[in-house]
Design a protein around this ligand. Structure first.
Ligand code: ATP
Ligand code: MG
Length: 277
């Protein structure tokens, strides 16, 4: 894959978001390329979620621009951005809770195809719709749970369904804000492995605090601190970066903040990645 301009799917130019006196993102410029497995990391309050909210259109930036596949989308509604292929996971709401995963997926796929008003009838007659739902169930290992009430699914399966519903929108960029949060041990890695296995047509931006997951998933990373991009690079470059070490270890000699030292336990995989990388 070449790394030319044509590969760029999502770009931000100097995104600033102010909340009163707080600058939550400070001139953040990001470039996401086709097929990206990009992690956005940084301490609590770094501005990661605020950045994602500006990408999706939930928050209007104070300054700066968002460009999707060459088109300026800074002022578009969240709904229009989804239609253009910029999709985030949405937490399963009450409606989806009362449906089965198969029904939820059928609704999502039919909605994308503009036939949501007759989605359930279409399940019986539209082979394409049924096949696509079946594929999503297999891809996200939900087949055994397809006909259960979503409210009864194990938590890890609910998170997988959330991602499957986002993928049903056929995103060119998928934004995941802590998709494995609250999911127990081994299942966490399963969720990220499923996302990593998506085709190159889906570029992924992941926010995650668990460095084991981050380093097994990401091929590129941005480190955000106090709303500002501290550095970007490959996982190997990030793991070896003294500034990043300072932030995660709270090493005052290198300018790390004391607040970040409470997250020092997160740093162990970073050390491992460095030794093995
Ligand atoms: N709606 C809001 N109004 C005021 N301040 C906000 C708002 N949303 C976020 N902030 C502030 O902006 C800063 C960045 O918050 P944000 O939630 O983006 O951080 P984060 O990197 O996602 O943190 P975490 O890892 O804890 O999820 C914080 O200081 C937060 O208190
Ligand atoms: Mg957050």
């Amino acid at each position: 894959m070449s790394a030319g301009r044509d590969d760029v799917v999502l770009q931000t130019h100097g995104l600033v978001k102010r909340f009163g006196g707080i600058t939550a993102t400070n001139k953040v410029s990001l470039t996401i390329r086709r097929g990206a497995r990009h992690a956005l990391i940084g301490p609590n309050g770094a501005g990661k979620t605020t950045l994602i909210n500006q990408l999706t259109g939930v928050l209007a930036p104070s300054e700066g621009r968002v460009v999707l596949c060459g088109r300026d989308i800074t002022t578009l509604t969240p709904h229009k951005r989804v239609a253009l292929g910029l999709v985030r996971t949405f937490q399963i709401n009450q409606l989806f809770n009362s449906l089965t995963p198969l029904q939820s997926l059928a609704l999502a796929v039919a909605g994308r195809r503009g036939s949501a008003h007759r989605w359930w009838a279409a399940m019986g007659s539209d082979l394409g719709l049924a096949t696509e739902c079946e594929q999503l169930l297999v891809q996200f290992r939900l087949t055994d749970f397809a006909d259960r009430a979503t409210s009864e699914l194990p938590y890890g399966k609910r998170r997988l369904l959330e991602i499957a519903l986002a993928v049903a929108q056929k995103p060119s960029v998928l934004l995941l804000d802590e998709p494995a949060a609250g999911v127990p041990g081994a299942e966490r890695a399963d969720i990220l492995a499923t996302v990593a296995a998506l085709p190159d047509e889906v570029s992924v931006v992941l926010i995650e605090h668990d460095m084991d997951l981050v380093f097994s998933f990401a091929r590129s990373m941005t480190v955000l601190v106090n709303g500002t991009v501290l550095t970007e690079g490959t996982p190997e470059q990030i793991a070896a970066d003294p500034q990043v070490r300072a932030v995660y270890l709270g090493d005052s000699r290198a300018g790390g903040s004391p607040a970040a030292s409470s997250q020092a336990q997160d740093f162990a995989p970073l050390r491992r990645a460095q030794y093995h990388g």
